[in-house]
Design a protein around this ligand. Structure first.
Ligand code: AHR
Length: 670
C-alpha cells in the first residue's frame, strides 16, 4: 500500500463495553474524571481556549481494572494451517528430498537428474509397472549400461530450493529398491556442495537381489559451514538395473520425532503462544474438484501406503505430514486441534448432494473423529494405536467444511444439518462450527460457532475494528478462523502489523463472543516460485526462518492476555489509535495494549481506578520506521520487540505512544 495511505478510522471517543455487559452499563463509573466522552465531531466543533490547544491532543484513557465487564476466551489465539506456500512439503515437514515418490510431468521425473560421471552410460525412466505398494505402484528405473569406480551412474536431487546442511549433524536416509542382480551395488549416498562439488557426507548401502525392500542409511557431516546449496546423489559403480521409490532424507526433527517437523519452525510457532491449531485447511480441505478432497484415510499409516494427492495451491502434496502428524504437531506444541472435516464442496463450485450421496463423507467424518479421539477399543482408535499413538487426542471443536459461503447452490444448510445430526448423535460432547450462516431451523442444523474470515488492506482492517462491538450475543459464538491485513510480501510490512494489532484489540474486546481467532496463512517458503499467497506470518527457506513484525505483535498480544475485560473508555485520541485492556485474575496484572498507527506521537493520560500507589510496569514496544518497514530472510531482526520499564504513578499517568508503535504494558494490580 502507498506510504501514508492508512485510512481514518473511528476508534476514538468510544466506550468499549461488550454487548453482553451493555445492559449493566453504569456511565457514572466510566467517567472517572471530569472529562466527558463526546463524539469527535461535536468536540472538534466546540471552541477551546487557545492555551488548551496543545493539551487537547492528549487522549484520556480511563480503566477500572476491578470492574470486569466481560470474559476473555481462554482459547482466543491459535493457528490456522494448510498446505500452501510449501508450508509442509519444503517447509515444516522436515523431508529434504523433493518428489521422493518420483511423480512425472512433461519435464520428466521432476526434481531428479541423471548422474553420469566420467565415462558412465545410463538412463533414467519411469516404470509404471513396478512399485513397492498399491499406493505407489510406479518407480524410477535406473538402467546402467556402463559404470565403474570414478565413473559412477545414478540420480541426484536438489531438495526444496536446496538441501540445508549443518556441521556435525546426522541425516537419516531411506529408500525402497528392487534389484535384479546385486552386482550393480553397493549404492552410494553422497551429500555434495553445489558450488564447490565437495563431498560433505557419504554412506554405502549393500543391495540384495530380489523384490522391493526398504533400506536405511545415515549421512553425518563434519566441520562444514552451514549452507543450503547442496544436493543428494545416489550412485552405483557397476552396470545393471535398479528400481527406486520413496527416496527420503530427514534431518534431526523437533522432539526427535521420526517423520517429524523442522525444529526452527516449531519453535517459531510455540513463540506465538497458541491455544489451538485449525487443520487441515483452508482450501486444502476442499480441493479444486470433488476428487481432490482431503481424504484423511489416505494420509495415515506407513509412508509407502500414502499416495499423496493433488492439492489446490498448484502442487501435489506428499501427505508425509498426514492426519497423525498434524495431531503430533498439536501435542508437541500443547495445543488442541480444531478439526475441520470435509463437507462435500469443491473450490470450482461443485458439491455433493445432501442425502445418500453425502452419506459416505459423513461416515468418513465420523471415522476421522474416532481416529482422533477414540480409545483403542474402537475401530479407528485401534488404527491410531497401530500407527503409534495409543492415547486419544483432546478435541473440543469440529468444523464442518471451509468457506461454504462460496457454495452458490445453497446446499450448505442441508449438508451442515446432515453432518451435524450424525456428529451430535455419536459425539454429543463436541461443539460444531459452521463456515457459513445456517438457515435451517432444526436443532441439529444450528452451529455452536460460526467461522468468519477477513482479509483486508490495513486501512480497511482499522475501519473494521468495531464490527463485533454491537454484534448480537444471542446466536452462535464466533471463530475468526482466518484473518490478515494484506500489505507486504512475502510477509507483512509494518502497515499490516498495525492493522493486525488494531484488529487484535477488537478480538480481545469482543472475546466474550469471539472464542477463537487465527491469522492466515501461517507459513511461507520465500524461495523464488514457492509461494501462492502473500502476506504470510512466518518466512523461511531451506536453511533459515524469520518472524515478521506481525508475528511479534501477535506473540505479544497472546502472551500478555488476561481473562477479563475491565470497564474502560478513551477520549480525545487520534483516529488511528486503538487499545485493549485485559486483567489476569490469577496474576493480578493489567495487560494494556496501545496501538498508534499514526506517524505522530500519541500522548495519553492514563487513569487507573483505585491506583493509590506507584508501581513499576513492563513496557514492550514494537516500532516500525515506516509503514513499509519489515523483516526479511536477509534482515530478520529489523523490527523486534524492545522491553523497558516504567514507573506508573498513583492517579493519572502521562504516557506517550510514539508514532508507528505498538506497546504492550503489564501493570501489576494491588
Ligand atoms: O488462507 C488462504 C486461503 O484463504 C484459505 O485456504 C481459504 O480458506 C481462504 O480463502
Amino acid at each position: 500500500m502507498p506510504h501514508g495511505s492508512l485510512a481514518n478510522t473511528n476508534s476514538s471517543d468510544r466506550t468499549f463495553v461488550p454487548a453482553c455487559a451493555r445492559g449493566l452499563q453504569r456511565l457514572a463509573a466510566i467517567l472517572l474524571c471530569a472529562c466527558v466522552v463526546v463524539p469527535a465531531q461535536v468536540r472538534s466543533a466546540s471552541a477551546a481556549p487557545a492555551h488548551l490547544a496543545a493539551p487537547a491532543h492528549i487522549a484520556h484513557l480511563a480503566i477500572d481494572p476491578a470492574d470486569i465487564v466481560s470474559p476473555v476466551s481462554p482459547t482466543l489465539y491459535g493457528m490456522m494451517t494448510e498446505e500452501i506456500n510449501h508450508s509442509y512439503d519444503g517447509g515444516l515437514y522436515a523431508e529434504l528430498i523433493q518428489n521422493r515418490a518420483f511423480r512425472t510431468s512433461w519435464v520428466g521425473i521432476e526434481h531428479w537428474d541423471l548422474v553420469r560421471r566420467g565415462s558412465a552410460n545410463a538412463t533414467m525412466t519411469e516404470d509404471l509397472s513396478s512399485g513397492p505398494s498399491s499406493a505407489l505402484p510406479h518407480s524410477l528405473q535406473l538402467t546402467v549400461h556402463a559404470a565403474s569406480s570414478g565413473s559412477e551412474a545414478g540420480i541426484s536431487n536438489s531438495g526444496y530450493w536446496g538441501i540445508g546442511l549443518r556441521p556435525h549433524t546426522t541425516y537419516k536416509g531411506s529408500f525402497y529398491a528392487k534389484v535384479e542382480d546385486d552386482a550393480i551395488g553397493p549404492l552410494r549416498a553422497s551429500l555434495i556442495s553445489d558450488s564447490t562439488g565437495a563431498l560433505l557426507a557419504r554412506a554405502e548401502v549393500s543391495l540384495k537381489a530380489g523384490p522391493w525392500t526398504r533400506y536405511e542409511y545415515t549421512l553425518t557431516t563434519g566441520a562444514i559451514a552451514p549452507s543450503s546449496t547442496n544436493h543428494l546423489q545416489l550412485t552405483v559403480a557397476h552396470p545393471g538395473t535398479l528400481w527406486l521409490q520413496m527416496v527420503s532424507l530427514m534431518p534431526p526433527t523437533f522432539h526427535d520425532r521420526p517423520n517429524g517437523n523442522r525444529s526452527d519452525l516449531m519453535e517459531r510457532m510455540a513463540g506465538l503462544h497458541p491455544k489451538f491449531l485449525r487443520l487441515p485447511g483452508g482450501n486444502y480441505l476442499e480441493g479444486d474438484t470433488l476428487d481432490d478432497w482431503y481424504n484423511w484415510e489416505k494420509t495415515i499409516g506407513p509412508l509407502v501406503d500414502r499416495p499423496g494427492h493433488q492439492a489446490p495451491w498448484t502442487y501435489y502434496s506428499s501427505d508425509g505430514l498426514g492426519l497423525l502428524e498434524f495431531l503430533d504437531w498439536c501435542e508437541d506444541l500443547h495445543v488442541e486441534p480444531v478439526l475441520a472435516v470435509y463437507a462435500g464442496y469443491a473450490l470450482r463450485g461443485q458439491h455433493i448432494n445432501p442425502g445418500k450421496d453425502l452419506q459416505p463423507f459423513v461416515q468418513s467424518a465420523l471415522d476421522e473423529v474416532e481416529y482422533v479421539t477414540g480409545d483403542a477399543s474402537t475401530r479407528w482408535g485401534a488404527e491410531r494405536a497401530r500407527d503409534g499413538h495409543p492415547a486419544p487426542f483432546p478435541l473440543h471443536y469440529i468444523e464442518i467444511g471451509n468457506e461454504d459461503w462460496f457454495d452458490k447452490s445453497g446446499s450448505y444448510d442441508a449438508r451442515f444439518a446432515q453432518f451435524a445430526k450424525a456428529l451430535r448423535k455419536q459425539f454429543p460432547q463436541y461443539k460444531l462450527i459452521a463456515t457459513a450462516p445456517v438457515k435451517e431451523s432444526s436443532a441439529d442444523g444450528q452451529p455452536d460457532v460460526l467461522d468468519e474470515h477477513y482479509y483486508k488492506p490495513p486501512a480497511e482492517m482499522m475501519d473494521f475494528v468495531h464490527h463485533y462491538d454491537d454484534a448480537p450475543r444471542t446466536g452462535p459464538k464466533i471463530f475468526v478462523g482466518e484473518w490478515a491485513s494484506m500489505s507486504g510480501t512475502p510477509t507483512p510490512n509494518f502497515a499490516s502489523t498495525l492493522g493486525d494489532a488494531a484488529w487484535m484489540t477488537s478480538l480481545e474486546r469482543n472475546s466474550d463472543l469471539i472464542v477463537m481467532a487465527a491469522y492466515a496463512p501461517l507459513l511461507v517458503n520465500v524461495s523464488p516460485g514457492a509461494l501462492q499467497w502473500t502476506p504470510d506470518l512466518i518466512g523461511f527457506d531451506a536453511m533459515k526462518s524469520y518472524a515478521s513484525p506481525s508475528y511479534y505483535a501477535q506473540s505479544l498480544f497472546a502472551e500478555h492476555l488476561g481473562d477479563g475485560t475491565p470497564r474502560s473508555s478513551v477520549s480525545g485520541a487520534g483516529d488511528r489509535f486503538f487499545y485493549s485492556a485485559t486483567v489476569g485474575s490469577h496474576d493480578h496484572v493489567l495487560h494494556l495494549k496501545l496501538v498508534n498507527a499514526s506517524s505522530s506521537d500519541q500522548p495519553l493520560s492514563i487513569e487507573l481506578s483505585g491506583s493509590t500507589a506507584a508501581r513499576s510496569a513492563t513496557v514492550i514496544s514494537l516500532h516500525g520506521a515506516s509503514y513499509e518497514a519489515t523483516n526479511s530472510i536477509e534482515e530478520p531482526n529489523l523490527i523486534v520487540p524492545k522491553t523497558t520499564s516504567a514507573s506508573v504513578p498513583a492517579g493519572a499517568w502521562q504516557h506517550i505512544v510514539p508514532g508507528l508503535t505498538i506497546q504492550v504494558i503489564d501493570i501489576p494490580m494491588p
